[in-house]
Design a binder for this molecule. Structure first.
Ligand code: NAI
Ligand code: MG
Length: 355
């Protein structure tokens, strides 16, 4: 079986970690025996923007559309305003390809100590499903009487029935797949009196088809506190765009930090390619030093394999990462070691090959 992958390494440490992720894919080809990845690389990054005035070519979306998946590193450079790199590359890809699910596993890998360890917390293993296309991050609103004492600013949230239903349904499906008895739902229907009661209603409506799973509603302020005080109670958590954004960064913080946190931007219908990326940025402070932690990007590649229909290959990657961490001898400086990106990745690949 052959799969086509578009790789967008980006800036800073993006290319450094993508290189290792591709080595992992090559190892998977060998281990599986009947799997091939045809990988095309696109240099759509800030350097290109400075030379041509565009992050990606005008027909960039058309170029990516036929691929089975996109592997994305990170973009961002001190010479280019961040809103340009985000709005002219990442967001168009998410929107045009209807990647309405942002999937973020929050799992404390074996061999990593959580900052909550001093509270006796070791069991963190859940998934946050974030709405990725609408909600609070709308382009709707405006400012009146700018610069006067009477200035008024409105920023609307946009929740559609279809948009809410599909993300909540995905979360229920995931809960069912994980054998979970409940679905945790981020809300704020006590204070946000139109969109959040609607969100709760849709959750209950969709839930009719998932009788064995009980929706548990948490107001977002209480939910963030529970992430820190008892993360072991969660299995699948679903939230709107803004709430999900906040929850996922907090989730990364409690489970080992940016160097290990993966994500998938998913079009569940597989009508368009989904995109898999480490959640960290281009890390200009360590770029070029060869010390970036490759785990986040390698784990994102594992999510890609799962999406493409190879759960057993996805699993051996995470197992290989965990074996390397438990062994503990080879790690990058962010995890307290002295190894380079390549040394760490090579060790992970060695451990993956043992399966
Ligand atoms: P960042 O994630 O690039 O870095 C934050 C801190 O974490 C830095 O100290 C960095 O060295 C460290 N770090 C990040 N990834 C690491 C890894 N794999 N191994 C070891 N240490 C790691 O976030 P920052 O500094 O706020 O943003 C830098 C640039 O990246 C900006 O231009 C920003 O817009 C962009 N960015 C891009 C994203 C994307 O492409 N999806 C996401 C987040 C930021
Ligand atoms: Mg964020």
């Amino acid at each position: 079986v052959k799969h086509t992958i578009a790789s967008i390494p980006g800036d800073g440490i993006g290319p450094e970690v993508i290189e290792e992720a591709i080595k992992v894919l090559r190892a998977v080809e060998e281990i599986h025996g009947n799997l091939q990845f045809e990988i095309d690389s696109y240099d759509w990054n800030c350097k290109r923007y400075l030379e041509t005035g565009r992050m990606m070519p005008e027909d960039g979306i058309k170029t990516l559309a036929p691929y089975d998946a996109i592997l994305f590193g990170a973009v961002g450079s001190p010479e280019v305003p961040d809103h340009i790199s985000v709005w002219e590359l990442i967001l168009p890809i998410r929107r045009e390809f209807q990647q309405y699910i942002n999937l973020r596993p929050i799992k404390l890998l074996k061999g990593i100590e959580s900052p909550l360890a001093n509270k006796g917390i070791e069991d963190i293993d859940f998934v946050v499903v974030r709405e990725n296309t609408e909600g609070e991050y709308s382009n709707s609103g405006g400012r009146l009487h700018v610069g006067t004492p009477y200035e008024v600013v409105v920023q609307n949230s946009v929740f559609t029935k279809m948009g809410s239903e599909r993300v909540i349904k995905y979360a229920y499906e995931l809960a069912r797949k994980r054998g979970s008895k409940h679905l945790s739902v981020a809300t704020k229907s006590n204070a946000i009196n139109f969109s959040m009661p609607f969100w709760d209603e849709v959750t209950k409506e969709v839930g009719v088809d998932y009788k064995e799973i009980e929706p548990k509603f948490y107001h977002i302020d209480a939910l963030v506190a529970f992430f820190v005080s008892k993360p072991e109670i969660f299995d699948v958590v679903v939230g709107s765009n803004l709430f999900g954004d906040i929850l996922t960064d907090l989730g990364a913080a409690i489970s080992g930090g940016l160097g290990t946190a993966p994500s998938g931007n998913i079009n569940p219908e597989k009508k368009y390619p989904s995109m898999f990326e480490a959640i960290h940025g281009s890390a200009p402070d360590i770029a070029g030093k060869g010390i970036a932690n490759p785990i986040a990007q390698i784990w994102s590649t594992s999510l890609m394999l799962e999406h493409l229909g190879y759960p057993e290959m996805a699993k051996i990657i995470v197992d290989g990462i965990e074996d390397t961490l438990v062994d503990g001898k080879v790690r990058t400086p962010d995890l307290g070691g002295t190894a380079s990106t390549t040394e760490f990745a090579d060790k992970i690949i060695e451990n993956i090959r043992k399966y």
